[in-house]
Design a protein around this ligand. Structure first.
Ligand code: ZN
Length: 199
């Protein structure tokens, strides 16, 4: 089934969610359905409109009581925070940031040949953050194990850095989420990769 683009109150795209969650938010009156003309609808309005739409590109949800058109975009009513301009701390973004290179040997690998490595091991208080996580190939990862680079006799060829937020757009566009044409006008600020948990 389809994903739904979520806007905040200022109509900034803030995330992508499942249609189930989207409809729940609308049903609970926490969000409105947004159409292509930027009109907003409550659950009841949308349900009534659904009965009149003969072709909805995203399809319909049918319950014993009614048939409702799948929304493609919703706008939150309560949430008003602007999206963070930071690049999300995700595995994908880390791989992208280091261009699929192992930061220890400097060679390029495929996704399946790479791992994430805590430069200062977690057991020594190393944090899970941009400044302590690098991409590493499996052999380098095994060699380093639970040691600091110095202890393992290894040197980082690529130092850990935090990406500039501008690269976010490029990363977003490589996201596996399929960008619906109906989202185009809203997506400039969308960040739909889920964030890794920071410590
Ligand atoms: Zn390596």
């Amino acid at each position: 089934m389809s994903d739904v683009l979520v806007l905040n109150r200022s109509f900034y795209a803030v995330q992508v969610t499942s249609w189930q969650r989207a409809l729940t938010l609308v049903y609970l009156n926490h969000a409105s359905v947004v159409d292509q003309e930027y009109r907003t609808y409550s659950f009841e309005d949308w349900r009534e409109l659904s009965a009149m739409i003969h072709e909805n590109p995203a399809g319909y949800v049918t319950t014993p009581q009614f048939k409702i058109a799948m929304p493609e975009v919703i706008a939150l009513k309560l949430y008003d925070r602007l999206p963070a301009t930071d690049v999300k701390f995700t595995r994908r973004n880390l791989y992208e940031h280091y261009h699929y290179h192992c930061c220890y040997c400097g060679r390029k690998f495929t996704t399946t040949e790479l791992n994430l490595d805590h430069v200062t091991p977690r057991s020594r208080g190393g944090r899970t953050s941009w400044d302590n996580i690098v991409t590493s190939c499996i052999p380098c990862n095994l060699k380093k194990a639970d040691k600091t680079p110095a202890e393992a006799g290894m040197k980082l060829l690529i130092a850990p850095t935090k990406p500039h937020w501008r690269s976010n757009l490029a990363m977003m566009m490589r996201s596996p989420v399929k960008v619906r044409t109906s989202w185009q006008r809203f997506v400039d600020n969308a960040y739909w990769n889920s964030e890794l948990e920071k410590e």
